[in-house]
Design a protein around this ligand. Sequence first.
Ligand code: SAM
Ligand code: SF4
Length: 386
Amino acid sequence: MSGLIPNETSHRDSGREPPGQRLLHLPIVNNSGVVMPRPADFRSMQDGQSRAITYVRISLLDRCNYRCTYCMPADGVALVDKADILRFEEIELVVRALMAVGVRKVRLTGGEPTIRKDLITLVERLAKLGLDDLSLSTNAERLAELAQPLKDAGLHRLNVSLDTLDPARFAQVTRRGHLDRVLSGLDAARAVGFRHTKLNAVAMRGFNDDEVGALCRYAFDRDFIPRFIELMPMAEGALFYPGSFLPAAELRSLLQREFGPLLADDEIPGRRGIPGVGPARYVGVMYQGQPRRVGLISAITEPFCDTCNRVRLSATGELHACLAYDDAIDLRRIVRSSEPQLADREARLAALIDAAQSGLLRKRSGHVFSATGCGGPTKHMVSIGG
Ligand code: SAM
Ligand code: SF4
């Protein structure tokens, strides 16, 4: 079970990390709170396609205070039993296991993570683990009151969903949201010192294609990073309308019409210094004499599967190696197992590491999403975790 834990021979003894390897820098604590010997040289994890997996999105719950038209049916989805949702200590254990296989970035998501009770306590716990990046995706309905506590708890960054700046459209797409609350939340996030906040808009023809420029300007004026996401056919395309689909190529044309010629990704100064810049592609636009970046998350027309670095943990502890498929590894079974050989915390951690590693090795080379609405999982986005 713990064959993945190398012997404690040590590069640590020589004070050097071996080239191409990352040492594990987190304590492993047993049931009595005793710090166990630390494996000296876990390698960073690669999947079956040699992609390094460094990033996990963790869904804290499958509930949401909104009902965005592309994410949830108007009457919601079948909810999981609350008892099946991972508790904070269980999430922390899974994060420790994933860190042992190379994960360095965690994004908390949902459903809507800000309606998870005691969210701040969880952020405090995860912030102590020494991750390179700890971020949260939110619809920002509750951000005005939570921005300061989240900052104080050690959260590094925020991603905020904002599809439109028009109050009537906002009410229409979210079915329950209040644009004024979201905009106040974004102001609060800035005021308490969050930087590099990403503003994510799902791009929809006939809905917000006339707001691409306005959303960018709103973001640039506040030092947020605007990003446009191609609609994805989750739930077997149940909420996907091919006529609304707006491909990245068209988004680039709209940006060009608004801001003039685009800059290529590698021409944008400072782009590499932005934390959490993953497979999303960025283009540059000139705004008020300065180059600004705009993200395009174009899973369908310009897939980035060959550079995918992420996995998802559902609220019930299923590790999804790819958003586009239903299959997943059940980590909650290990976390809650009453098997005597897993009674010790270190043995449970080793079992989780084994399971995570075998799951990652089975990560598929790519998705089969299509712009016709086919090729998605049966689950809704809100159930897997976006
Ligand atoms: N409630 C939070 C929020 O909205 O930011 C976090 C969870 S939400 C599922 C995460 C992201 O998934 C949001 O940016 C949302 O716009 C995106 N999303 C949901 N359904 C989608 C779909 N069918 N296609 C593309 N993006 C989608
Ligand atoms: Fe809720 Fe986010 Fe889905 Fe909208 S996109 S329904 S805010 S989980």
